[in-house]
Design a protein around this ligand. Structure first.
Ligand SMILES: C[S@@+](CC[C@H](N)C(=O)[O-])C[C@H]1O[C@@H](n2cnc3c(N)ncnc32)[C@H](O)[C@@H]1O
Length: 318
């Protein structure tokens, strides 16, 4: 298994300070941290080789796409400058986004969106300065969404469910090229995205983590092709044993050892989610096995500080 020894790799934290971003980018409301915008801009400017597509999964209001597009525009290696950012979103103001309480600004002016309202127009207006470099694709992403062309830079910010995880692995990860392609896993250090940890554990021989951002993201280089079978196996969540889930989250903790102490509670929630997902979705026989797992209950009790087992175990077993 290729794992980083961060202590031996003094990572250049070039995204911390040295990347100037245009106001038109930083004015766009976003769920990304400023270091992430700097990273996206800086990576596309300084490291993108033009050997595959740039894909942004989860446009939201366009900030990440704008940071990437401005990086492409400033990239001196791109002679033809014919690379664009393909940015995808369902653009439904649903539960995935309406928890967000940041200021909503569309084209520089305050705006308001109602439940279920389509907000593609807001993203389009926000990325207008990079119109020639960003193609916005509206709709629910599934395994057929992508053309199948090679992808060099894949920004993943939509892996919020089992189905989407499977679709992204099948439709996009299978188009990554060894030693060339990068996956920016925006939610790696966030809670409620258990599927990222489980799937990246099963794909650990295919990806080398190369950048660890101070918040949210871990960035991987593809080192082996991901076949359709690999993608299916990595997203067969019914097939994970309790022990493999523990192993997966231990592996994640190891990859994030630099800042694990600060974000451990997020990862605990993701770990817990992985278990609860099993409890909810799995057949009774498997649920009973999970319920009999002492580590599982000890973990719940440590996180919540209450006797969770006493509260829900009878229902689970029954
Ligand atoms: C965390 S936000 C993305 C933030 C964005 N990267 C930025 O620059 O601010 C996640 C977005 O993914 C979209 N989304 C989630 N699951 C999706 C799916 N399966 N297909 C299409 N869009 C999806 C949501 O509508 C939401 O706008």
């Amino acid at each position: 298994v290729h794992t980083p020894d961060w202590s031996q790799v003094p990572l250049p934290h070039w995204w911390d300070e040295q990347i100037p971003l245009e106001r038109a980018i930083t004015d766009i409301p976003t769920m990304l941290a400023i270091q992430e915008l700097r990273f996206l801009h800086g990576y596309l400017r300084d490291h993108f080789q033009g050997r595959g597509a740039v894909v942004d999964l989860g446009t939201f209001l366009g900030a990440g796409a704008a940071a990437m597009a401005s990086g492409l525009r400033a990239n001196p290696r791109l002679v033809a400058h014919d690379h664009i950012v393909h940015s995808y979103d369902s653009f439904e103001w649903n539960n995935l986004v309406n928890w967000w309480k940041g200021p909503l600004v569309v084209g520089g002016a305050p705006a308001q969106l109602n439940p279920q309202e389509n907000f593609a127009f807001a993203a389009q207006q926000n990325v207008a300065p990079w119109r020639d470099l960003i193609q916005i694709h509206e709709g629910w992403v599934d395994a057929q969404t992508w053309s199948g062309d090679p992808i060099e830079f894949l920004m993943v910010d939509i892996m919020k469910s089992r189905q989407t995880t499977r679709d992204v692995l099948l439709g996009f990860f299978t188009c990554l090229q060894p030693e060339i392609s990068m996956v920016y896993h925006q939610d790696y250090k966030f809670l409620n995205t258990a599927f990222i940890h489980l799937s990246m554990y099963r794909l650990r021989h295919h990806f080398l983590p190369v950048y660890s951002l101070p918040v949210n993201a871990l960035v991987f280089r593809c080192i082996r092709p991901v076949s359709r079978e690999d993608a299916l196996q990595a997203s067969d969540f019914d097939d994970f044993t309790i022990q493999e889930m523990h192993d997966a989250f231990s592996y994640s903790a190891y990859l994030m050892q630099q800042d694990y102490a600060a974000i451990q509670h997020y990862i605990d929630v993701a770990h817990l989610d992985a278990f609860l997902d099993c409890i909810v979705y799995l057949p009774l026989e498997y649920r009973q096995r999970a319920a009999a797992e002492p580590l599982f209950w000890a973990r719940l009790e440590r996180i919540f500080g209450i006797d969770v087992a006493g509260l829900i175990k009878p229902g689970v077993a029954g």
